[in-house]
Design a protein around this ligand. Structure first.
Ligand SMILES: Nc1ncnc2c1ncn2[C@@H]1O[C@H](COP(=O)(O)OP(=O)(O)OP(=O)(O)O)[C@@H](O)[C@H]1O
Ligand SMILES: [Mg+2]
Length: 498
């Protein structure tokens, strides 16, 4: 087939008086994987929500398969063959995979009842076409995130989607799951399906995409074949200036005395026996496969999950970890992995979210006046260059990466002694990522202890002074940064190969 699967021309969109997209052109060919890149808040998700019929455009035209369409509703977009793999999944966990795939378009038997057997049979066919094996009769709740995503993709394909939109699809996937997704995308391409792929990860873009379009501040900057553009050129297009190489480690010298000491920690089934020390001024990286207990360790260190055994001492004094409030009072802070669920109250204002963890501290100090709260939140927003039009509006309206910055700013406002960060740069753009890594170093330079969990090994290697490799809920290896020669070496350690 010739021509474009989708062609968007001169798209503009404003919310209230704030222009978010101006005159954007974006066209995707059949069987093409087209990456959409840009800083946090550049307008990527908004452009895609217009294509899905969620937002109405102010001006511009959209053609699908060369025919002008009006995508006034999600139904209209689906009927036009546009499918979406949601970042926050839209599945019903208590239903089976097959029931989810046919939700709203259930095959019915002669009696008019939903025919589960037919739905499962047809789901199995879709999965077979995708070249993956998923049992359509299982409930979605019993499957891991990677399978949720496959179910989302199957759902779109079952509705005859010819264009699939994926907004940061690998954000919650382990490496082998991401690889499986890429292979699936390769197969979809062969079938002529167009994929629009939003990602902040450069390696992924080169692995999977044919062309890339970059947006900056709601404007089109470039569209280029990936064979003809280098990573630094893309970065420059994204941030509008050259960036120094950011992922290099500089030896920060020896850290101070022991700040935090954890001994024999056991919690739930996932944390079996963990002991470690964190020094003042030290950045300790936590590596490990999914399921190795990293996130669970962070949760019990912050008093979210109850410890079954073991103790944690801060400067020699035993820390009460019976609740997050107690942990905060003791001087700990956690930036959680799942920012939308645990990090923010989405319907509250940006300002209230920033000031929330400070409330626990107020008992110790003078009450925060309105004016002081305003000033403090303004200061935090500036320090972390959060792009926000009005801090009194709900945090839900911020772009994904800016929400992540609010989570970080909010916890740093509590001025903790020990900061635990679970995937701190997930979903943030490349410029912000280097800001966050610099900020982590700055905190350590100021004498704080920082525990960083990250699945991105280059990032972990750039920032950690020491790395703990967790496996099956225990510390499998403890490596000084100087003794890790390469990313491959760390990868092998994580996989348990010595
Ligand atoms: N419903 C809305 N009301 C008001 N402003 C909005 C709304 N949706 C998005 N915005 C604003 O539009 C801008 C673009 O947001 P968008 O979500 O498209 O960015 P993005 O490129 O997807 O960023 P990220 O990489 O962080 O996901 C942001 O400044 C955001 O605050
Ligand atoms: Mg987005």
């Amino acid at each position: 087939m010739t021509g474009f699967a989708v062609e968007m021309r001169g798209i503009s969109k404003a919310f209230d008086t704030v222009t978010v997209l101006s005159e954007v052109d974006f066209a995707v060919r059949h069987g093409e994987v087209h990456a959409l890149a840009g800083e946090n808040g550049a307008g990527k998700s908004t452009l895609m929500k217009i294509l899905q019929g969620i937002y109405e455009l102010d001006s511009g035209t959209i053609e699908v398969d060369g025919r002008p369409v009006r995508l006034g509703s999600p139904q209209a977009a689906r009927a036009a063959g546009i499918g979406m793999v949601f970042q926050e999944f839209s599945l019903v966990p208590t239903l089976t995979v097959a029931q989810n795939i046919f939700l709203g378009s259930e095959p019915r038997g002669r009696t008019g009842l939903i025919d589960d057997r037919a739905a499962e049979r047809r789901s199995a066919e879709v999965f077979a076409d995708m070249g993956v094996s998923v049992d359509p009769g299982r409930t979605v709740a019993s499957l891991s995130t990677a399978y949720w995503q496959l179910t989302e993709i199957a759902k779109a394909l079952a509705q005859d989607a010819r264009v699939l939109i994926m907004d940061e699809p690998t954000a919650s996937l382990a490496k082998h799951e991401a690889d499986a997704l890429f292979e699936l995308i390769d197969r979809l391409k062969v079938r002529g399906i167009a994929v629009i792929y939003i990602s902040h990860r450069m390696e992924e873009v080169y692995r999977i995409a044919d062309r890339i379009t970059v947006l900056r501040d709601g404007r089109w900057v470039l569209t280029e074949s990936l064979a003809e553009i280098t990573p630094p050129q893309i970065v420059e297009a994204i941030v509008g200036r050259r960036l120094e190489a950011q992922l290099t480690y500089t030896d920060r010298g020896d850290a101070g005395e022991t700040l935090l000491e954890a001994t024999g920690l056991r919690a739930g089934g996932r944390v079996r026996d963990v002991s470690f020390r964190l020094r003042a001024g030290e950045i300790l990286g936590l590596a490990g496969l999914m399921g190795s207990g990293r996130t669970e360790l962070a949760r019990c260190l912050f008093g979210i999950d109850r410890l079954d055994a073991g103790e944690v001492r801060l400067r020699g004094t035993r820390v009460d970890l019976s609740s997050p409030g107690a942990a905060i009072a003791a001087g700990l802070a956690l930036i959680p992995e799942d920012r939308r669920e645990q990090g923010l109250v989405l319907d509250h204002s940006v300002r209230d979210n920033l000031l929330l963890p400070l409330l626990g501290r107020l008992r110790r100090g003078p009450v925060l006046s309105d004016a002081a709260g305003r000033r403090l939140s303004q200061e935090l927003l500036e320090r972390f260059s959060v792009k926000v039009a009005d801090p009194a509006r709900p945090v839900r309206l911020l772009s994904g990466g800016n929400q992540q910055k609010v989570v970080i700013a909010k916890w740093l406002g509590t001025d903790p002694d020990v900061l635990i960060m679970d995937e701190p740069t997930a979903g943030v753009d490349i410029g912000t990522k280097s800001e966050i890594l610099d900020m982590i170093r700055g905190l350590a330079d100021a004498g704080k202890g920082v525990l960083v969990i990250s699945s991105e090994l280059p990032e972990l290697l750039a920032v950690s002074d020491r790395v703990l490799v967790l496996r099956d809920g225990t510390v499998h290896r403890e490596l000084h940064r100087r003794d890790i020669p390469s990313e491959e070496a760390l990868q092998l350690a994580v996989q348990g190969v010595s």
